[in-house]
Design a protein around this ligand. Structure first.
Ligand SMILES: [Mg+2]
Length: 414
């Protein structure tokens, strides 16, 4: 048997709040939170420091609710440019130790240190923990394990400024008693279904009959079973290098045939949002948009267009997809399934020409979409939806995370 991999998952604690406190020392020690204005009238807490947490303030709750719990709470608006800057500095620091660094959102990374930790992965984890604290001024928690899922779980187990090891020897004792939703990708919908079957802990999922999970969730159930048993073999991907990811795409079979452009627009929104979010998570932008249209005779076509500038914004992917749809079908035969893919990928921090006219508003859109990403990562996909998705209850219900009707089809490697 090949030797086990050694994987770290490094998670910056209270990321947005920590960065804000770093830049404004007056905030330190006082209860403070970063508040977002995503839904105009209903601002919510995006992050908070430990002093605010002591008042019972929770990420995701309404600002008015939070101030009722703690009237002296200081709420600052988010500064995504700063968070991006810190995110890149952290990545650069990790890359001193291994070239296998895979970001997950702005504040988390997996590191494969199999061949780069001569004194053991736990020692290296502590070294990185102190180095980030001393050099960047924020704390991290690190999970150490032989697979990505347990490494991620470990980084959540003890915070802040801590290291947790989940080994083959201790995972049953340490990971299995934890609630099932602590596992990566187990969102509210999956959790509810599991609980209904009496599967409350990670151990319950691990020891369940794979057949039962398969019945509940299809293939995803089997993946879940493997995750809970520490059998996740997915590699830590090197991101930001050439030809790592060729394209990022999603496709879906609609719950009913798509009769016209309005129908197609609703479904493409869901696809565009999911593709855009994944591009952002990978730190990439796409220069070409490709769509697949399959009609109810099961004839399909693929069309693509070059964008005037690379993007990872859902709105821009959508407009390209709709332009291609308008040009290529008159809905003589209704559509059964559609796909959307971003190709010609480049690193998002690659220099690009920003037109003077749209630079500012694009940056704002990017921030807004990132904010939505962060909320969805924490509270599930359904926490924020586009108004258009409400116009058709059936089509608008497509949900990439809840029922897995959308299949990620990103390609890795050559
Ligand atoms: Mg974090």
């Amino acid at each position: 048997m090949a030797a086990d991999r050694e994987i770290l998952h490094v998670d910056m604690n209270n990321f947005y709040a920590s960065v804000e406190c770093l830049y404004d020392p007056q905030l330190r020690g006082r209860p403070m939170a970063v508040g977002g204005d995503v839904l105009a009238r209903h601002g919510i807490i995006l992050a908070k420091n430990y002093a605010a947490k002591a008042y019972g303030i929770r990420t995701g709750e309404a600002l008015w609710q939070a101030t009722r719990k703690c009237p002296e709470l200081v709420i600052v608006p988010p500064h995504f440019d700063l968070y991006l800057h810190f995110s890149r500095m952290a990545r650069t620091l990790y890359e001193q130790y291994t070239d296998r660094v895979e970001p997950f959102g702005l504040d988390e990374c997996w590191l494969d240190v199999t061949n780069s930790a001569p004194d053991g992965a736990a020692r290296l984890a502590h070294r990185i923990r102190t180095q980030v604290r001393d050099e960047l001024g924020v704390t991290v928690s690190v999970g150490v394990s032989y697979n990505k899922v347990f490494a991620k779980l470990g980084s959540d187990m003890k915070k802040p400024d801590a290291v947790t090891v989940l080994s083959r020897r201790n995972y049953r004792e340490r990971a299995w008693p934890l609630p099932a939703e602590d596992l990566l990708y187990v969102g509210p919908a999956t959790r509810r279904k599991l609980y209904r079957r009496g599967l409350a802990t990670i151990g319950d999922v691990a020891e369940a009959e794979p057949m039962v999970l398969n019945q509940l969730f299809g293939k995803w159930g089997l993946v879940l079973h493997q995750f809970a048993n520490g059998l996740d073999a997915s590699p830590v991907k090197k991101i930001g290098q050439e030809s790592v990811i060729k394209s990022v795409g999603n496709s879906t079979t609609a719950p009913r045939d798509l009769m016209n452009q309005e129908d197609a627009r609703i479904v493409f929104w869901t696809l565009a949002e999911s593709v855009a979010a994944r591009l952002r998570a990978y730190g990439l932008k796409g220069g070409t948009v490709q769509i697949t249209l399959r009609d109810n005779r099961l004839e399909s076509m693929e069309r693509q267009m070059r964008l005037s500038q690379p993007t990872n914004l859902a709105g821009e992917l959508l407009e390209a997809a709709m332009q291609l749809t308008r040009r290529n079908t008159s809905f003589l035969h209704p559509l059964r399934s559609v796909g959307l893919r971003a190709c010609r990928l480049i690193a998002e921090d690659a220099p690009e020409q920003i037109s003077l006219f749209d630079g500012e508003s694009r940056i704002k859109k990017e921030r807004l979409e990132r904010e939505v990403d962060a909320l969805r990562a924490r509270f599930g996909h359904g926490v924020i939806g586009r108004g258009i998705l409400l116009t058709d209850p059936l089509l608008g219900k497509l949900n990439p995370q809840d029922d897995h009707v959308i299949h990620p089809i990103g390609y890795f490697g050559d």
